[in-house]
Design a protein. Structure first.
Length: 169
């Protein structure tokens, strides 16, 4: 857990607990100019700057059909403070079409203010408009921060099991 999540302000409020007194949160589709702050948020959280990866994600999810693929950003006072990315997937061993979230993050300095919840609500609304009634995601079982977030949103273990194997040479 980052220090920003636990540092207390005078009076007991957590640092970063809200986007700012009276600041309006805006959620909208990503724009090319949002990529640098998205990359910075991801690099802060993961420790890796993946500029080529994010450029390809923007081309695939930010510039495409918003009914099937979504890349949304959250802004406070015109500053990108979070993002969510997902798509409607219609595949997988008899699984009906559903909305898949494969990335969601909030700037650690802006966490605990409901931004992640609002991002998840916004992408869920887009999936409902696309005609799907189920939301899914996958995550590493040791990522307790994101696991706690998704569970707090009402998500629970689903009917699918993730399997993997190493591919040699």
């Amino acid at each position: 857990m980052t220090q920003a999540l636990t540092k207390r302000r005078p009076g007991g409020a957590r640092a970063g607990a809200s986007p700012g007194a009276g600041a309006a949160l805006v959620i909208r589709p990503v724009r090319r100019g949002d990529l640098d702050p998205v990359i910075a948020i991801d690099a802060t959280v993961t420790g890796l700057e993946k500029r080529k990866y994010w450029a390809s994600i923007y081309r695939r999810y930010g510039a495409g059909d918003p009914s099937e693929r979504q890349f949304l950003v959250a802004l406070v006072e015109k500053r990108v403070v979070g993002f969510v990315i997902g798509e409607v997937r219609d595949w997988g061993f008899g699984s009906p079409p559903c909305g898949w979230v494969f990335a969601i993050d909030v700037d650690p300095q802006a966490r605990l203010g409901g931004i992640g919840t609002r991002l998840l609500e916004a992408i869920s609304a887009g999936f409902r408009r696309a005609g799907v009634g189920k939301l899914r995601t996958m995550l590493a079982r040791d990522n307790t921060l994101i696991l706690s977030f998704f569970r707090s949103q009402g998500m629970m273990a689903g009917p699918l099991i993730s399997l993997e194997m190493d591919l040699e040479g």
